[in-house]
Design a protein around this ligand. Structure first.
Ligand SMILES: C[S@@+](CC[C@H](N)C(=O)[O-])C[C@H]1O[C@@H](n2cnc3c(N)ncnc32)[C@H](O)[C@@H]1O
Length: 261
């Protein structure tokens, strides 16, 4: 299996990928959410998303302060590129919170995907409580496909609700997703008849949870991360998860690593 991580802007990187070359898009882009007013939304991710009183100081990530019109335009740009590089019938899964859910479903469809449903990530009772209000316990995975998606695909039945708690020892990014959650989600990617996994694309890798989960489940994965800090977090995480792998930096001006697992 090969896992490749690129350091740079996803939009530029996606443009370099060939048409019809990947089997699933599974990604957790910046939501540009986190507040009811424009001023609140423009705050840094650490102000918007980190519970007060948390001991751990997270390094801020990039691209989380667009207003809704710009977020929609930006999503259309990279989703159109993802659609081009996906094979016909391939699934696309996007994380979103409740505030940006309508925008994200619009973006998926405007980019030419068929919107097929929403899965729920139930973060359990460990999620942020609100006195006198419902606990902020869920995030959403909007899913669709590039054109028709045959029922005969070589993929299992997936849960519609995935209940996974966030464990601090498994968290490597301010908004990092649990590895166990991503291990369930990546199974939406079709396997080849010989049982080997297809190629999973994550243009917003963060700390690399999709890539790690994909490789653990026997898929190949390609990803991109703009933040230098989180690019190195992902590199180190991949090396720690697969200590016997052979990681080599590509010998070019492009900052990119590949891992043979
Ligand atoms: C919500 S986080 C992904 C977290 C990831 N799911 C994990 O478990 O670690 C989104 C990531 O996208 C990165 N990002 C933002 N704009 C980007 C761009 N234009 N190209 C590539 N990465 C970008 C951010 O730096 C951030 O790390």
């Amino acid at each position: 299996m090969i896992c490749t991580l690129h350091h740079g802007d996803a939009l530029n990187w996606l443009e370099t990928l060939p048409d019809h070359s990947v089997d699933a898009l599974i990604t957790d882009p910046p939501y540009s959410s986190g507040g009811l007013t424009a001023g609140e939304r423009k705050a840094t991710p650490s102000v918007k998303y980190v519970k007060s009183g948390q001991a751990k100081q997270w390094v801020d990530f990039i691209g989380d302060n667009r207003d809704q019109r710009s977020q929609l335009q930006w999503m259309l740009l990279w989703l159109a590129q993802c659609r081009r590089v996906l094979r016909d019938g391939a699934p696309a899964c996007l994380f979103s919170d409740w505030r940006q859910l309508p925008l994200a479903t619009d973006a998926l469809q405007c980019a030419g995907f068929i919107w097929r449903g929403i899965m729920v990530w139930d973060k359990t009772e460990g999620a942020r409580p609100h006195l006198g209000r419902p606990r902020a316990q869920a995030e959403y995975i909007i899913w669709g496909s590039k054109g028709s998606m045959p029922l005969t695909r070589n993929a299992p039945v997936l849960p519609g609700v995935i209940r996974e708690v966030v464990r601090q020892q498994d968290k490597h990014h301010m908004t990092g997703k649990p590895t166990a959650l991503m291990r369930q989600l990546v199974r939406i990617c079709e396997r080849h008849p010989d049982g080997t996994g297809g190629i999973i694309l994550d243009p917003f890798a963060g700390s690399g949870t999709t890539l790690v989960a994909a490789a653990l489940e026997g898929y190949r994965a390609i990803g991109c991360e703009l933040s230098e800090h989180y690019y190195h977090v992902t590199r180190e995480r991949l090396a720690a998860t697969f200590p016997d792998s052979n990681q080599h930096a590509h010998d070019t001006a492009i900052e990119q690593v590949s891992l043979n697992i």
